[in-house]
Design a protein around this ligand. Sequence first.
Ligand SMILES: C[S@@+](CC[C@H](N)C(=O)[O-])C[C@H]1O[C@@H](n2cnc3c(N)ncnc32)[C@H](O)[C@@H]1O
Length: 403
Amino acid sequence: MATDPVRLTSLRPDGTASARLDDGTFLQVPGALPGDEVTWHPGRRRGRVQHAELDRVVTPSPDRIAPPCPHDAACGGCDLAPLRHPARGPLFGAMLASVFRQSDPVPVLTAPSPDGHRARISLRIQDGQLGYRGAGTHAFVPITTCRIARPEIQQVLPALQRVVATVSDPALDRVDVRSDGTGVAHVFHTTGPVRPGTFEQLAALGDVAHGRTVIAGDPTRWLPVGEHRLRASPEAFYQVHLEQNARLVDAVCRRILDVQPERVLDLYAGIGNFSIPLAASGVPVVAVEIGGAALKDLAASADRANVSGRVVTHATPAERYDVSREPFDAVVLDPPRAGAGIVLERVLALRPKRVVYVACQPTAAARDLHRHLGDYRLTEVFGVDLFPQTHHVEAVMVLDRPR
Ligand SMILES: C[S@@+](CC[C@H](N)C(=O)[O-])C[C@H]1O[C@@H](n2cnc3c(N)ncnc32)[C@H](O)[C@@H]1O
């Protein structure tokens, strides 16, 4: 039986809505929004945390909207699509304040629009159709449009759909559609050998790769980052929101340059999103990145920006890089979702003036700070809304050495 109605008040880092009940219980309800008044069915309980299944939204939040996407009911892509876009800033600000134990809401650089921003999407291919995973399942959900993709990606989807349907090769598993803000590249992934003629048909799409192998045209993209262009080869990671990434890079680089460093360490450097702008500001940078292909991209972009003389790269896991081999007075740390862990401790042991930690999984970063911050001070935290319509948010933390 469902419970009495409860008004949910907060957003949790995993996108569920929550409320603190009168008896001190923390109620967590997936599928509801903060501001919704809901009835719920109790699920498992851990200490004071009560997991729940949504029964019914009795009174919707004033920020609840009907998402205009035709695939919203089934597609698992945009879990916060029913939330009015301007409500994201305050909700994420409060959520980040709770994660990083700040007394005031954390500022969030919100994205100007909920739609048309993703510069790369990854579509599954099944039975000659394109699709995403379903909400909370692995089920295949066919799609014809994707509102969060940039317009130039949306534009090529009908042609991509036609070609995939015509080819109808069961070995085709996934296609990444990657934009640099103007042109689009298609990068296919397969589960086994393709039929004769498949790649020839896919070549009609223009700039096409199979994994890292070029099939047609030039599937490399050159991404705008401020005044720079960064090369991204077909499988290289790059931040999905080009305009918001430019704001992120500007904010991070300004905070690094504020301490007038003589040499910067950029750990988890990728294709040089931070390394290239920092080197272009005149500071020598050491970039550490596990992916050799990404570092080749970084080197090409350094050449293009005439900063090769100021960038040294190491293709190695950050955990294996001996941070004490050279002195650094500022460090950028941008690890994958699992966080930096022991790497943060080693970095702080170098006693840099400042570390700017960029995190796509704020709870992992908060755990790292809790374990490894030592006598460093968390002097600033802010969010950057890189993933509108989802519960994901980028968090940036400034860690300063005590004077
Ligand atoms: C969140 S991305 C950030 C990349 C870059 N800073 C940017 O803003 O585009 C994390 C990067 O860390 C790299 N990576 C993953 N595990 C790593 C490790 N153990 N050591 C070094 N780099 C790693 C990935 O290849 C990826 O390029």
